[in-house]
Design a protein around this ligand. Structure first.
Ligand code: ADP
Ligand code: MG
Length: 448
């Protein structure tokens, strides 16, 4: 089962990531819902758990194993078999200054740098603010709060800041961690009556970054501790950077004093991506994919199609491209629109905007300079009949409505008329490039 999961992971997360993180692991056993792995370093274990844990658990479930937790033990012998990725040691957060005291940070993703971050209108402000903070110098705004929806680049920007600060200031104590980790550390400190060193450690950093702070909403003692840590650092003029999935004022269950403190500095939101930005991101990711799969070619229409259709979140967008390349290189095919539909059915369905027959009729009428009534009428003149067929075809392919339902909407026509229209348009698309373009354009407008 693990073998199958590995094969699957290789195609979903990409060969490079797979080789860095998953390949070095060996599965020991599954015991009472816990999958025990040996990893060459604890860092790799932590990283896998954090970034791929969820995926691995669901894969096990698909294979019929109930796994609720992953456990990693360090076995350097594993390391000999598969060397640790070059970037891994650097990803340990912040070089500890004194002794071997380690900052309890979450790992930094080596791919999340400023260089790989594509800037557009929606993230312009957040990016500029992140840059400014990363450039160091005097503290410009404190705290910096980045907020925005899932998969829009908050974590990427935070890691980019951390990398840059560490690179420019060796010995600087930069601590990046998720709010979840913060809470985990705090609860551990309480349990082991070690809150003093917890406090000292957090108050001794030069820069503190807490990702996804909404996580501690409703967790009272953690919020309390967070508030004090936060204040102590700001008082010492130490930079604090926070991210959240919504505006600070809108985080339910967050104490008012924290909400208001978060707004003292600069609050920068990341807006949902627009078409331009998605195109830019795809182009950037394309370079990486090309380097990894030099033999795979891609139809530029696919890029345009993805930028139009996958508007939810950048992670999904990237995932789509990765999957296409993995599939294409596996089966040795050119990436075209057909393959895209074939390979991304589930993804596309999930991001599908629900188009109604009325919308289709309205757009088609507008496109051909007709009135909606013409599409429902009995007129058989070509200028009306052809657009009507196109509209029926789009209704069949873009909605899940049945043939009789579609017929009814078009002036009470029979379902066989709809079947005929769909067939006719399919034929025409092959032989008449004008019709093919019309259909393609209409589809785009309806799905945008
Ligand atoms: P968030 O933390 O806001 O949920 P992430 O920072 O994890 O989102 O971003 C999700 C994925 O999308 C990451 O792989 C990240 O590299 C990528 N990404 C997001 N925005 C951009 C961007 N502007 N340029 C390049 N990659 C981006
Ligand atoms: Mg994030």
């Amino acid at each position: 089962a693990w073998g199958r999961i590995c094969t699957d992971m290789k195609s979903t997360i990409g060969k490079e990531a797979y080789q860095s993180w998953i390949d070095p692991l060996s599965l020991d056993r599954i015991d009472q819902g816990i999958a025990h792995f040996a990893a060459p370093t604890s860092f790799i274990g932590r990283w896998v758990d954090r970034n791929y844990g969820e995926r691995i658990r669901t894969s096990f479930a698909r294979e019929g194993y109930s796994v609720t937790r992953l456990n990693f033990s360090v076995n350097p012998a594993v390391q000999k078999a598969a060397p640790q990725p070059r970037s891994a040691p650097a990803a340990q957060v912040a070089a500890p200054q004194t002794g071997d005291e380690e900052l309890p940070g979450s790992p930094l993703d080596p791919r999340f740098t400023f260089d790989s971050f594509v800037v557009g209108k929606p993230n312009e402000l957040a990016h500029a603010a992140a840059r400014r903070v990363a450039e160091g110098g005097e503290v410009a705004f404190n705290p910096l709060v980045l907020y925005g929806g899932v998969g829009l680049g908050k974590t990427h920007l935070m890691h980019a800041i951390a990398w840059k600060l560490q690179e420019d200031n060796p010995g600087f104590r930069v601590l990046y961690l998720s709010a979840e980790q913060f809470m985990y550390r705090f609860v551990q400190a309480l349990r082991f009556r070690d809150t003093i060193s917890f406090k000292q450690m957090f108050r001794s950093v030069d820069v503190l970054m807490v990702d996804d702070v909404q996580f501690i909403a409703g967790k009272d003692s953690t919020q309390e501790e967070f508030f004090h840590t936060f204040n102590a650092l700001i008082d010492q003029n130490k930079q604090v950077i926070i991210s959240a999935d919504r505006a600070p004022g809108e985080i339910d269950g967050m104490e008012d004093r924290i909400k208001s403190r978060l707004q003292w500095g600069l609050v920068a939101d990341i807006h949902p991506t627009d078409y331009e930005l998605r195109l830019g991101i795809l182009q950037a990711k394309l370079d990486t994919q090309r380097a990894q799969h030099p033999n795979v070619t891609i139809d530029p229409k696919v890029i345009d199609f993805l930028a139009h259709r996958i508007s939810s979140n950048v992670r999904v967008l990237e995932g789509a491209l990765t999957r296409l390349y993995a599939f294409a290189s596996l089966v040795g095919r050119h990436i075209d629109l057909d393959m895209t539909h074939e390979c991304l059915t589930d993804l596309l369905r999930a991001s599908e905007r629900k188009v109604t027959i009325e919308e289709i009729m309205r757009k088609v009428a507008e496109y051909y300079h007709l009135r909606m009534n013409d599409l429902m009428s009995a007129r058989r003149a070509r200028v009306v009949a052809r657009p009507r067929q196109v509209a029926m075809y789009l209704a069949k392919t873009l909605t899940s409505k049945s043939l009789p339902e579609i017929g009814r909407k078009f002036g009470g026509r029979d379902h066989t008329t709809v079947i005929h229209a769909v067939k006719r348009v399919e034929e025409l698309k092959q032989n008449d490039s004008q019709i093919a373009d019309d259909v393609e354009l209409l589809r785009r407008m309806l799905e945008a």
